[in-house]
Design a protein around this ligand. Structure first.
Ligand SMILES: [Zn+2]
Length: 233
């Protein structure tokens, strides 16, 4: 029986052959829906090693008494061609993301570089087994609304047309702010341009653009600065 696009209920049945009981179908469906988000994000098959357990089977495999596995709310998983660290970090990222593309916060357990990842839709908990194991250090997720190369080329082409501080540059900077652009070469260029302009007008470039090229002042202030510069011309 299909639960989501890529997960069948059979994958969540107890390893002793017991089918997920009907009264736990809602639980296992929500669990599968969350795992589907992970599967979509990784774009790789996610293997469910152990999900629902009867209380007896749970005891036999040394599970914690009353484990979320016995409520069909937990799954021990791994993903194809993906390290446990990467799976762990992907789940953390998706929990942080929240919303319709994110995962529900719950239990997240790391069982070492050769182990599985436990995820459940129960209370919010984090742990490692063995206790004291260093948790994976997750890289900061990349910006998901980065400008495309095409947009970047367009912005750069506009910069070519810009001579000094003028309307065009203000528009560019607004676009830049909107896009939360991070591409370094482009920032260097903006920074150099802004620095040059402000030096020329005896002002400090940090008023508008910080060292990362991020705009640190509001548009109204950009307008004010522009008006000032126009007066001086
Ligand atoms: Zn587990």
């Amino acid at each position: 029986m299909r639960l989501t696009e890529d997960f069948d209920r059979e994958e969540f049945d107890c390893k002793d052959g017991t089918v997920v009981p009907s009264e736990l179908m809602l639980n296992v469906t929500v669990l599968a829906e969350n795992l589907q988000k992970l599967r979509d994000y990784l774009d790789r098959p996610v293997r469910v090693n152990s999900a629902y357990r009867t209380p007896t089977h749970n005891e036999n495999v040394g599970g914690v008494d009353g484990s979320y596995h016995t409520y069909a709310m937990a799954a021990d998983i791994s993903a194809q061609d993906t390290t446990p660290e990467e799976v762990y970090c992907a789940i953390k990222h998706l929990i942080a993301r929240g919303g319709t593309d994110g995962m529900q916060d719950g239990g997240l357990g790391y069982y070492g570089p050769d182990g599985h990842i436990h995820y459940d839709i129960g209370n919010v908990r984090r742990w490692t087994k063995p206790v004291g194991l260093a948790v994976p250090v997750c890289p900061l997720p990349e910006e998901e609304d980065e400008v495309t190369q095409e947009e970047l080329d367009k912005l750069n082409a506009r910069l070519d047309e810009v001579e000094g501080f003028n309307e065009g540059l203000v528009v560019l900077l607004r676009q830049l702010k909107e896009k939360r652009e991070k591409e370094q070469a482009f920032h260097d260029r903006i920074g150099a341009l802004m620095g040059g302009i402000y030096t020329g007008h005896n002002m400090h470039s940090e008023i508008i653009v910080n060292h990362e090229g991020r705009i640190v002042k509001q548009d109204e202030e950009l307008d004010e600065v522009q008006a000032l510069l126009e007066e001086e011309e």
